[in-house]
Design a protein around this ligand. Structure first.
Ligand code: F3S
Length: 399
């Protein structure tokens, strides 16, 4: 791989061991993928920072980088972490929290700006911009809805890429790596619900587990609808990108000379059997209503809050609605206090999906997220019911 003089200096340890390690890993990965050079990125996003994922070895590795004075060379954000606090369910045992906080503190020392799985709300990428992102929903959002370019990195690799501000020139950073090779025609009703788009995303991901799909039939998709679809798609597919007909910036050029190896059609209504089957498993004890996988935008939070406030609350004792949001989301204090009285908890910078909620006494989670539906039974130890957002809010507020 060709390296510039500056890159050679980093590799040779002239700026310190942490940067040399980062360059070494990056060049090995790049060589394996036949990248001819490195390219600069403007934003790195680190994932996989839950203590349950990385264990003691991961904690010590990240701490050693911070202790070696490594600093992110480009704007860097990181995924939410596994701690859930500020709810009536208590907290995980102290040593789990302290180990997780060691990771968070080390990332902050290195310069991580904030913790969220929706980095596109913190700093919206631009068309054609190169990124080193590791959270699947964010990577899919950037490539498919903005036309920015990021491979779907592993969490540690994105961290190292943030340290040197570079990635390898391969995959979807190159035009040829962005061409769809699988075609899916979908049928949805007008005004399709977010939860149905989530189920559709899971299904399309199952059909195209390793290839970029060209999706026709979702031309009227809203941004929130696309976000729900993509987050779910990324749970069942390894692809970093979806080319939506008429929606993906630069998508038309990517279709030139397209050679689809597979073609599928999916009727969203056929997925409703899954939807109702899951719904029947509802129970009333240890139930948490959860919206915000991926984290919510300020507009989404405002719309949920306005709905709850407009109805004056009225929740049953002990019933809670958790909203997953970025650490930095600003709400005025009066509003935040009134939410607590209504049983609405802002889960800031945290991810309930990668947390052992069963250890806190949660048994069921009712959510509109296909990604949460996919991962929570395995990672959080709870049963998950998927419902549409308005339905969740009505149920939460029912006396
Ligand atoms: Fe975010 Fe956790 Fe869902 S990181 S996308 S809330 S699984």
């Amino acid at each position: 791989m060709y390296l510039t003089r500056d890159e050679e200096a980093l590799l040779n340890g002239e700026l310190g061991d942490s940067y040399a390690l980062a360059m070494k890993v990056l060049t090995v990965v790049g060589d394996a993928l036949k990248a001819e050079r490195l390219i600069s990125v403007v934003h790195a996003h680190v994932s996989g920072i839950s203590y349950f994922n990385i264990g003691d070895a991961g904690v010590e590795f990240i701490e050693s980088l911070a202790a070696g004075n490594a600093k992110f060379q480009v704007f860097t954000t990181a995924n939410p972490y596994m701690v859930v606090k500020g709810t009536s369910y208590g907290e995980l045992p102290g040593d789990l929290i302290s180990k997780q906080m060691r990771v968070i503190n080390s990332l902050r020392v290195m310069g991580a700006a904030t913790f969220t799985c929706a980095p596109y709300y913190v700093r919206r990428p631009s068309y054609g911009e190169h990124l080193a992102w590791a959270e699947s929903n964010a990577v899919l959002y950037a490539n498919s809805l903005v036309g920015a370019r990021s491979n779907r990195e592993g969490g540690p690799l994105a961290l190292l890429e943030g340290l040197v501000g570079r990635t390898y020139a391969a995959g979807v950073h190159l035009d040829e790596g962005r061409r769809p090779t699988c075609a899916v025609s979908v049928k949805v009703d007008q005004g399709v619900k977010l939860s149905d788009l989530s189920l559709l995303g899971l299904r399309v991901g199952e059909l195209c587990p390793d290839s970029i799909p060209f999706v026709e039939g979702l031309e009227g998709l809203t941004e929130n609808g696309a976000k729900a679809f993509l987050a779910a798609f990324g749970s069942t597919s390894n692809s970093p990108m979806v080319v939506f007909n008429k929606l993906t910036p630069g998508g038309k050029e990517l279709l030139a000379d397209s050679d689809f190896k597979e073609r599928f059609s999916v009727d969203a209504n056929s997925l409703k059997s899954i939807y109702s089957e899951i719904r029947e498993d509802a129970s009333s004890e240890g139930v948490v209503y959860f919206i915000g996988c991926p984290h919510l935008s300020l507009d989404e939070v405002a719309s949920v809050i306005n709905y709850v406030r407009g109805r004056g609350g009225g929740r049953l004792e002990g019933r809670e609605l958790w909203l997953g949001v970025s650490e930095e989301l600003q709400l005025d204090k009066g509003l935040a206090d009134s939410l607590a009285e209504l049983g609405v908890r802002l889960i800031r910078g945290m991810c309930p999906v990668t947390t052992r909620l069963d250890l806190l006494g949660v048994r069921y989670v009712i959510t509109d997220s296909g990604k949460a539906l996919h991962y929570m039974p395995k990672l959080a130890g709870v049963k998950v019911l998927i419902k549409d957002r308005p339905e969740i809010l009505k149920e939460f507020l029912r006396r």
